[in-house]
Write a protein that binds this ligand. Structure first.
Ligand code: UFG
Length: 335
């Protein structure tokens, strides 16, 4: 039996496939390459020595998706495929609702039709919006502040209702905090199109000399040094959380959601210093205006995942910086 991975060539999907293959799982993966490259598949093969069954298809192409279910024996699904740029989601909300929500409905109709009852969903800490306090627990109010976050919350709701309608279903929702870093080999990592939106890929490109300096979006936040605080988690720790989640679906039914973070927050200045220490490279920066929609502090209480999934983050901030830097310097222009 195989695990279906949607969004399999993306940053999180590809690292998760490597970990799953290492743990002995059979994989069927799909992607439309809208934000990833076919070369990722070669890198997965190179790292693991295993070739996966892959379909280039789109979540909105239901017949294309159905072929995967017809031609393989799939018993579980990890659903990563989604558009994920917060700013773009504000400019093009319908694109986001259609792709993320309608795409997921297509997928779920097929999982129901083909009796695939175990499902892991890639959600985000963005569903908490601006939290009233930190660390954030799973029972905090959910109030996303942009269409991207709304699509994640809507899908969480759809999955909750679906699991309630079928007692044999088992759904795990993982709410990721800020994934960073890369595979230790330096052959797999984050490869954003154009100028990076997120902090770590921006820093790695500054370190490589591709960008002149890091804009620090605001130094007047209500945090210890005025810059935004986030819970950065190593991509390999995050990938492994999916194995724990899949195992959990084997012995539980219903729906359960988990924060996937380290439980520690770092400010932008702290990340710059950690990166400089880990790599010996200097990161020039300039203070810039706040980015609309950003919040002061966001970090997880990962206690529920520690207790119920038996999962905990193992890598520290220096590992994250060193591995991100290795990836960028070995692949200056990405894949
Ligand atoms: N930042 C900078 N300069 C940059 C980029 C980011 O100063 O060039 C700052 C931000 O202001 C913020 C911190 O670095 O304080 C982290 O920003 P990221 O863009 O890396 O991450 P976010 O926390 O804004 O968002 C990420 C994902 C979202 C997800 C969210 C969940 O991009 O998809 O985490 O909390 F929803």
């Amino acid at each position: 039996m195989a695990v279906l991975i949607t969004g399999g060539t993306g940053y999180i999907g590809s690292h998760t496939i490597v970990e799953l293959l290492g743990a002995g799982y059979d994989i069927v993966a799909m992607d439309n390459f809208s934000n990833s490259k076919p070369a990722v598949l070669d890198r997965i093969l190179e790292i693991t020595g295993k070739k996966i069954k892959f379909y280039q298809t789109d979540m909105l192409d239901k017949p294309g998706m159905e072929a995967m279910f017809r031609e393989n024996r799939i018993d579980s699904c990890i659903h990563f495929a989604a558009l994920k740029a917060v700013g773009e989601s504000v400019e093009k909300p319908l694109l986001y609702y259609k792709n993320n929500v309608t795409g997921t409905l297509n997928l779920l109709e097929l999982t129901v039709k083909y009796g695939v009852g175990r499902f892991v969903f890639s959600s985000s800490a963005t569903v908490y919006g601006k939290p009233a306090s930190v660390p954030i627990r799973e029972d905090f109010p959910l109030s996303p502040v942009n269409p991207y976050g709304q699509t994640k919350l809507m899908i969480e709701q759809i999955l909750t209702d679906l699991a309630a309608s079928d007692s044999a279903m088992s759904v795990v929702i993982l709410r990721y905090f800020n994934p960073v870093g890369a595979h230790k080999s330096g052959r797999l990592g984050e490869d954003p199109c154009g100028i990076p939106n997120n902090l770590m890929p921006y820093i790695t490109q500054v370190a490589e000399g591709r960008l002149p300096y890091l804009p620090v979006y605001g130094n007047d936040y209500n945090t210890r040094d005025g810059t935004g605080v986030r819970d950065y988690i190593h991509i390999i720790d995050l990938a492994r959380a999916h194995i724990s989640a899949l195992e959990y679906t084997q012995s539980h039914s219903g729906v359960e959601c988990f924060n996937i973070g380290t439980g520690r927050g770092y400010s932008v200045f702290e990340i710059i210093r950690a990166y400089e220490k880990a790599t010996g490279k200097r990161i020039p920066y300039q203070i810039a205006p706040r980015r609309p929609g950003d919040i002061d502090e966001c970090y997880a209480d990962p206690g529920k995942a520690n207790r119920l999934l038996g999962w905990r983050a193992e890598y520290d901030i220096e590992d994250m910086c060193r591995d991100a830097d290795r990836w960028q310097s070995m692949n200056p222009s990405g894949f």
